[in-house]
Design a protein around this ligand. Structure first.
Ligand code: PLP
Length: 401
């Protein structure tokens, strides 16, 4: 019997009713722009910022147009200039090196481990080459943040965290995004809250926040930011910081506020799905599951495993066999990227000296989304399909090596 899965790997849940109502109310006022308020009305965008700052425990928060924009703004706000080197992950998604390129800076790639986190040994050897690390918690895998901050602190390196996949996650109970000088999040449809497009930036630093607010296009209305620094902070920087518009509007903020209030509950649902897939894939021959450290309070909106040292033809076979049974696996290591790029040698606008140890890992990374529209039974079926197809290809190879 060959079961088939018929669900969609890209179908997210509907927007909650409460959020739809909030969106309609905003549209009825016509005041979609965050600075378009009447009397003592507080804009939805300003309320979202206050609530998100409270959620992660930051002093400040800025809502912007996308996750990529949040990262670019952070790079500018900490002082990255054209030509500057910026350390970043060799394994991440295209908007991360893209943000570095957008400010004219140069990525210096740091390798990936079998745990799918940044290789701290490689970081130690490269940390003196830059003043900033843009750390991507790619696919929600969080490295030893205590050690990473020790390495960067000792070298005087500023850390910006890309938390596009770790909104709601923690390391040692501290929220992801709260270790570095700045944390950046995305609220694009495939992330942990969905406003179509959107981003959030958090920091405790007065000057970084004031610059970020000015950069995002606050004109001179920065005092309407409730989760922002004292007005005096703007005195020094308001004429020297360019306006590079990328604000979030009240419509998106209105959709996000009810989602934020249920985010923790949603995170629990993702992890329940993850654990079902993980249990179903245990002891699959030839497959390496990713160890999740005890300190890592992850939010698993996607699932990864490794087919380490498999021949490309075998991996393609696994992908094709799973696809035939309705299971959409992404092979991140393919020479020719499909759909999106996730490895350093795909970004040829920057120098990318070879990284053999990292290439070995990248070549074996398999990835799958886990949208909350999947039931636990769906997840169990998906795991059974993957396990049987990986096993079949593995046994074929053993029989005809
Ligand atoms: C989605 C994503 C971003 C950027 O988010 P956008 O809102 O799409 O700009 C950054 N980093 C990673 C790892 C992402 O997956």
């Amino acid at each position: 019997m060959t079961d088939k899965f018929t669900g969609s790997f890209t179908q997210q849940e509907p927007i909650p009713e409460e959020a739809i109502d909030a969106a309609v109310r905003i549209m009825q006022t016509g005041r979609l722009h965050r600075y378009n308020t009447v009397g003592d009305e507080i804009a939805e965008a300003a309320l979202l910022e206050e609530e998100f700052a409270k959620f992660v425990g930051s002093k400040y928060c800025l809502a912007v147009a996308s996750g990529g924009y949040a990262i670019t703004t952070a790079l500018r706000a900490v002082g990255v200039e054209p030509g500057d080197p910026v350390l970043t992950n060799a394994f991440t998604l295209a908007p991360v090196p893209g943000a570095i390129a957008s400010v004219g800076a140069k990525p210096i790639y740091v390798g990936v481990t079998e745990g799918l986190v940044i290789d701290l040994n490689d970081l130690r050897t490269k940390v003196k080459q830059a003043k900033v690390l843009l750390l991507s918690h790619m696919r929600g895998h969080i490295c030893d943040m205590d050690e990473l901050m020790r390495i960067c602190g000792a070298a005087g390196v500023i850390v910006i965290e890309d938390c596009a996949h770790t909104m709601g996650a923690t390391w040692h109970t501290i929220p992801s995004g709260r270790f570095g000088h700045v944390g950046c999040y995305s609220t694009q449809t495939y992330k942990h809250m969905n406003s179509g497009e959107g981003g959030l930036l958090v920091t405790d630093d007065d000057e970084i926040m004031a610059r970020s607010v000015m950069l995002s296009g606050s004109y001179m209305m920065f005092e309407r930011h409730r989760a922002g620094p004292p007005a005096a902070t703007y005195k020094r920087i308001k004429y020297e910081t360019p306006n590079i518009s990328g604000r979030m509007d009240n419509l998106r903020a209105a959709i996000l506020r009810p989602q934020l209030s249920r985010l923790s509950e949603q995170c629990g649902k993702w992890n329940a799905r993850y654990r079902v897939v993980e249990a179903g894939l245990r002891d699959t021959p030839g497959m390496t599951l990713i160890d999740r450290p005890e300190e890592e309070g992850f939010v698993a909106s996607s699932f990864q495993f490794l087919l380490l040292d498999w021949a490309p033809s075998q991996i393609k076979d696994v992908v094709a066999r799973c696809a035939a049974r309705g299971v959409e696996l992404k092979w991140f290591g393919a020479d020719e990227p499909v759909g999106f790029t996730s490895k350093y040698d795909s970004w040829q606008y920057a120098e990318h000296p070879p990284m053999p140890a990292t290439d070995r890992i990248l070549a074996g990374i398999m990835d799958m989304r886990l949208p909350l529209t999947f039931t636990l039974e769906d997840c169990d079926l998906i795991a059974r399909i993957i396990k049987s197809e990986v096993s079949a290809v593995w046994q074929q190879e053993a029989a005809n090596p």
